[in-house]
Design a protein around this ligand. Structure first.
Ligand SMILES: *[C@@H]1O[C@H](CO)[C@@H](O)[C@H](O)[C@H]1NC(C)=O
Ligand SMILES: *[C@@H]1O[C@H](CO)[C@@H](O)[C@H](O)[C@H]1NC(C)=O
Ligand SMILES: *[C@@H]1O[C@H](CO)[C@@H](O)[C@H](O)[C@H]1NC(C)=O
Ligand SMILES: *[C@@H]1O[C@H](CO)[C@@H](O)[C@H](O)[C@H]1NC(C)=O
Ligand SMILES: *[C@@H]1O[C@H](CO)[C@@H](O)[C@H](O)[C@H]1NC(C)=O
Length: 200
């Protein structure tokens, strides 16, 4: 059967309308924890528009805060926004997570104001985020799921790492591949169900 471009686009427009009308968006608020190397589930946090991992803030940062990430696991075209855990950092509420998935890039993950994306670095994206099991992933335009999060130690500060995205770039010394999960580290005396859950 021949389908004209007009017929097809009407059909697609209708399909889009239908899904918008009948499928409810499901936004979930989570925290992100880094696992890998010596990072046994350290939390991801915000410092001056960049993403870090650990429990010590970068020296000289003016706005730092733990964050909650608001994401829609059913729709990777929706940006992941953040909400500050500290009330005195509410100016960062609504900022969007970005990574730089440009071939050969090894660059720090960051956050951009959703109302002013002019400070977004070249090649950065704020959509395409999804999950592979319990691991935060990125769906690239070819449809491949990539899990290229790395942590690079900040040499002058113990207990602090930059959260990086490694699109086959050259990692610098000491950086380690990690996975980002929405599950907190195991409690000191985990029960069998918690262990089973975290191993999924
Ligand atoms: C985030 O929370 C952890 C544990 O509650 C705390 O040790 C850390 O200082 C907090 N980080 C920021 C940037 O507020
Ligand atoms: C941030 O706040 C959320 C929601 O209250 C909480 O579940 C999470 O543990 C907090 N993160 C840190 C690192 O304190
Ligand atoms: C990335 O760059 C490398 C080296 O320039 C090249 O061999 C490779 O094909 C590129 N990959 C993609 C997906 O473009
Ligand atoms: C948008 O962000 C850029 C870079 O951070 C800044 O120079 C500019 O003033 C901002 N514009 C608005 C309208 O806030
Ligand atoms: C990593 O460290 C080694 C040994 O100190 C050094 O030879 C090398 O140039 C370093 N590589 C990078 C990318 O900094």
């Amino acid at each position: 059967m021949l389908v004209s471009v007009n017929t097809l686009s009407s059909f697609l427009a209708l399909a889009g309308f239908t899904s918008a009308a009948f499928y409810k968006r499901e936004t979930t608020s989570i925290s992100l924890y880094a696992y890998g190397g010596t990072l046994g589930g350290l939390n991801v946090f915000y410092a001056d528009s960049l993403a870090y991992v650990g429990f010590v803030s970068p020296v000289g940062a003016s706005v730092t805060s733990n964050i909650t990430v608001n994401e829609d696991a059913s729709d990777d075209t929706v940006a992941w926004t953040i909400t500050a855990n500290s009330t005195d950092a509410s100016s960062i509420d609504g900022m969007e997570l970005y990574i730089i998935p440009t071939n050969g890039s090894f660059a720090q993950v960051g956050f951009v104001s959703s109302t002013n994306t002019s400070s977004l670095p070249t090649g950065a994206v704020t959509t395409g985020f999804s999950w592979f099991g319990k691991n935060a992933a990125y769906d690239d335009p070819s449809g491949a799921l990539n899990l290229f999060y790395w942590a690079e130690p900040v040499t002058e500060t113990d207990g602090l790492w930059r959260l990086m995205w490694n699109q086959a770039g050259t990692p610098t010394n000491g950086s380690v591949p990690i996975t980002l999960k929405n599950t907190a580290p195991l409690p000191a005396t985990p029960d069998a169900n918690t262990v089973a859950e975290l191993l999924l």
